[in-house]
Design a protein around this ligand. Structure first.
Ligand SMILES: *Cc1c(COP(=O)(O)O)cnc(C)c1O
Length: 390
């Protein structure tokens, strides 16, 4: 085979590294999408997704497509032309949801939050007061563009009190930190396989609660997307097992293996590993005199945003990390383009040895820019040994 693929350590904000076990699952022989043996695998994937989402929702499944397909599915099924929709925009992915909702003809009321900050409960309440007929409130729990973790305690009660549905982007959260759909009262949530779940890009796990399902069941006009029509897709997942579209069979195998690995390690242990490796990385970066852009109070464990030191060329450094060290990290997005690096601590990437390798490579690369920094390794390892920053 002439396909040439270099070795890389993927420490950007997705895709994250995939284990041999997951790759081996993808190489298994194909089954037909209507084969009872395959349908059994789909059932098991659904059951394991309920575990990671923390839900009993029967409509919990992987949408065929990347995380953005889960976003489109969430919007196209629950947002009608003319609907009032509140979207929290704390970064690029919130902006994207607002754009997608507008394209569906919704009246979008944005809550704009500066990069690096969170939306307060007061901001949400003020906006709910201004938009009495709101149908959907959409928010990103883990904003990958800024590295912010949006607290959503009490949001469901506020949103449900106005008769609206709470739609949550959990792409960079699911598998990396608690999502707890039922306990938090999320009505609709979607994610992606290539961030914290440890599978390649290509599926978007999604879950739909009873209130949302009732609203969809009552909808008489057909959903404007044929492919992402949840009522039609649900006929394949359960009941008559009717063909809708061909399931991406090998991707479902990959997700199966990734979810099985999470189950074996233990979901809470997996969250704790992400947290511990993230805190160790923060300590290492700080020991190198690098500044994290998001305050600890709402810093996301799964993506660290680091200020690029003065006099350092963003693209040259990332290019060197990739070419000379085989390590991928990402640049900033939106208003943080050129100002920040984004380091993913996700899935199989969330391991101490990977962060050690990154800090060594980053220090050497910064030195080539004429920026000499102390090693961050001791602080990294010590924090890891202590079990976190405390
Ligand atoms: C990556 C990401 C998406 C989009 O997922 P794709 O798989 O790139 O389509 C949406 N929201 C957030 C928060 C993300 O990090």
């Amino acid at each position: 085979m002439s396909l040439a693929v270099p070795e890389r350590l993927l420490l950007g904000p997705g895709p994250s590294p995939v284990s041999d076990r997951v790759r081996a699952a993808m190489a298994k022989p194909l089954l037909g999408h209507m084969d009872p043996a395959f349908l059994g695998i789909v059932d098991e994937v659904q059951a394991r997704l309920r575990e990671v989402f923390g839900t009993k929702n029967s409509l919990t499944f992987p949408v065929s497509g990347t995380g953005s397909a889960g976003m489109e599915t969430s919007l196209v099924n629950f947002v009608n032309p003319g609907d009032d929709v509140i979207v929290v925009e704390q970064g690029v992915f919130g902006q994207r949801m607002a754009d997608a909702a507008r394209r569906l003809g919704a009246r979008v009321h944005s809550i704009r939050v500066p990069f690096g900050e969170i939306c307060s409960r007061e901001q949400l309440e003020d906006t709910l007061d201004r938009v009495p007929n709101v149908r959907v409130v959409a928010v990103v729990k883990a904003e990958t563009s800024t590295g912010v973790l949006q607290p959503l305690d009490d949001w469901a009660a506020l949103v449900h009190g106005r008769g609206a549905l709470l739609l949550v982007d959990t792409v960079t959260a699911l598998g990396g930190l608690p999502v707890e759909v039922d306990r938090m009262g999320f009505d609709i949530a979607f994610a992606g396989t290539q961030k914290c779940l440890g599978a390649p890009p290509g599926l978007s796990p999604m879950t739909v609660g009873e209130a949302a399902w009732q609203r969809l069941a009552a909808r008489e006009d057909p959903v404007p997307s044929w492919y992402l029509d949840l009522k039609a897709i649900s006929q394949y997942l359960g009941g008559p097992r009717a063909y809708h579209h061909t399931a991406p069979v090998s991707m479902i195998y990959a997700l199966y293996a990734a979810l099985e690995a999470i189950h074996e390690e233990g979901l809470e242990q997996v969250w704790a590993r992400h947290r511990l490796v993230a805190e160790s990385l923060w300590a290492g970066l700080e020991a190198m005199g690098l500044q994290l852009l998001v305050p600890r109070t709402h810093r996301l464990p799964t993506v660290a945003t680091v200020a690029i030191p003065a006099g350092v060329d963003d693209r040259r450094v990332r290019g060197r990390l990739l070419e000379e060290h085989g390590i991928e990290i990402a640049g900033g997005l939106g208003s943080w383009a050129g100002k920040a690096w984004r380091i993913g601590v996700m899935g199989e990437g969330a391991r101490l040895e990977h962060m050690m390798r990154l800090l060594v490579a980053l220090r050497a690369t910064l030195a080539k820019e004429g920026v000499d920094r102390p090693s961050g390794l001791e602080a990294l390892e010590e924090t890891y040994r202590k079990g976190g920053q405390g």
